[in-house]
Design a protein around this ligand. Structure first.
Ligand SMILES: [Zn+2]
Length: 361
């Protein structure tokens, strides 16, 4: 399995960490990505010779047996030929990737464009190291990872196509000693490119479809679903505290502060709903005692805060294509008041007790 080491200077240190975190899951079992902790001093300008020396110094005598390793320096300063990235033709196990200057491309987060070039470099170092740049790159662009890109529109075209052309794939298949390994590596690369594309050019479905009329449906099993006509999307609100908290916010539409929620009457309400619908063991008194303890030690407060951010995270994942609806269904916390802005008319509750609790019947 190839080991990919990312080196950074003072300006790219956190970027290197983010790239490892983003790419590593795609390459599990296929390539290992690591960030080298030592940070190279920042320079405004680099010659290619100096850039490659960074990787070579790090590599040192570390080459163990036949293990395949490569070293990529993520550099913040400019480089002598003003390229996005290159490997050293004398030693194709070292390369650099340029990380600054992406502002001019109007990308929401250039991290992913840098991640793309890391992939392009590793692929080139592995499979095209014997070719000169003019043999390796397509010019003019055809929408392949190995397009030689100069201007903004070409770079965006390449990032959007998220592809390696059939000719390049064929060449890799011929060059590769380990064909199964090469195929697994290319599949991981392709999946990463698609993910990069999604991050850089997210389709705004809300803009395409318009904001759809929806219902928030709660059925007899107490499942919470987002319903568009016949389409029913299960919302990631867990049984227990999450649903109780959510139901109370659906009832108290003006919102609830933490203080209000912790008042005896509201806390009692919280306990009763929890006990009625979600407690499987113990008595109401035991539950009350436990929650009162948790209230006095502040444990309940931190639990609710954790719960709120966990729910927001899950909602973001499930509703990533519906940002406006996500904003309405997620719990907001403004000026210490929790609230949900879903319209009461959108509530379709098939559970008689909950219907009554929410004052809908
Ligand atoms: Zn190609």
């Amino acid at each position: 399995m190839i080991q990919v080491y990312l080196l950074s200077d003072a300006s790219t240190e956190s970027l290197a960490g983010q790239i490892v975190e983003f790419l590593a899951p795609f390459f599990e079992g296929t390539a290992e990505l690591r960030r080298i902790e030592a940070v190279i001093p920042y320079r405004e300008y680099w010659t290619w010779k100096d850039l490659f020396a960074v990787g070579r110094d790090c590599k040192g005598d570390a080459q163990v047996g036949n293990e395949e390793r490569c070293y990529l320096f993520l550099v913040g300063g400019s480089n002598e030929n003003n390229w996005f990235a290159s490997f050293d033709s004398d030693d194709p196990s070292v390369a650099f990737v340029q990380c600054s200057g992406w502002e001019q491309f109007d990308l929401p987060d250039p991290t992913y464009a840098v991640a793309y070039h890391v992939l392009a470099m590793v692929t080139a170092m592995r499979y095209f190291s014997s070719k000169s740049p003019s043999e390796r790159y397509h010019f003019p662009s055809i929408g392949c990872m190995f397009d030689f890109t100069i201007d903004k529109s070409e770079v965006l075209f390449k990032l959007k196509s998220a592809d390696i052309c059939q000719n390049c794939v064929q060449e890799i298949a011929i060059t590769a000693g380990d064909k199964a390994g090469a195929m697994a590596y290319l599949m991981a690369t392709k999946a990463s490119m698609e993910a990069i594309k999604q991050e850089l050019f997210p389709a705004d479905w809300g803009e395409i479809f318009g904001v759809l009329a929806y219902d928030l449906c709660i059925n007899e099993e107490l499942d919470f679903r987002l319903c568009f006509g016949q389409v029913k999307l299960l919302l990631p609100i867990s049984n227990g505290y999450e649903k109780v908290f959510y139901l109370m916010l659906l009832k108290y539409r003006e919102g609830l502060s933490y203080q209000q929620l912790m008042e005896d009457a509201k806390l009692q309400e919280f306990i009763e709903i929890y006990f009625k619908f979600f407690a499987s063991t113990g008595s109401l008194d035991e539950l009350r005692k436990r929650l009162l303890d948790e209230r006095s030690t502040g444990k309940l407060r931190s639990r609710l805060m954790t719960l709120k951010s966990r729910m927001a995270k899950k909602m973001t994942q499930v509703l990533k294509n519906y940002p406006e609806i996500r904003d309405q269904l997620s719990i907001r916390n403004r000026k210490k008041v929790f609230s949900i802005s879903v319209k009461p008319t959108a509530l379709q509750v098939g559970h008689a007790d909950i219907n009554k609790y929410l004052g809908l019947s």
